[in-house]
Design a protein around this ligand. Structure first.
Ligand SMILES: [Zn+2]
Length: 134
């Protein structure tokens, strides 16, 4: 598996993940295209979508559109020039189909396992932020 350098904004975002973080990369797409690993882009997109990674009230429509745009940019950056059209396809795919997963990690997070629920974590492994418990 090959991996091109991770874009700086994506790297910074990924560094903020809690140690308990889990995700499935790009939910409806393969994690690699012809041997190039694009899973970090999916992880960054999941962070954008996780209610618990942001201050209260941050997950607006603009935030969601920024997430989808960033995902397309990151996928393109992680692929060699000849495969960059895949980034546009991924962008169109998530832009069209990702609404159901956006902002669903509230006090009763969608998709969390029983173990995660018992530990107070969302499906991404994030604990409740302070603002959610006040
Ligand atoms: Zn989450």
């Amino acid at each position: 598996m090959w991996r091109r350098p991770i874009p700086l904004d994506l790297y910074g975002l990924l560094m903020c993940r809690p140690s308990t973080w889990v995700d499935d990369g790009l939910t409806s797409f393969p994690d690699s295209i012809l041997g190039y690993d694009i899973s970090p882009a999916g992880s960054g997109h999941d962070m954008y979508f996780c209610t618990r990674c942001w201050p209260a009230g941050r997950l607006t429509r603009d935030h969601k559109e920024e997430a989808d745009r960033k995902l397309g940019q990151w996928v393109r950056a992680l692929l060699p020039f000849g495969l960059r059209w895949v980034g546009w396809m991924v962008f169109l795919g998530v832009y069209t189909f990702s609404d159901r997963a956006f902002d669903t990690c509230g006090p009763k997070p969608r998709g969390a396992t029983a173990g995660q629920m018992a530990a107070g974590l969302c499906r991404h492994g994030c604990p409740k932020p302070k603002w959610m418990t006040e």
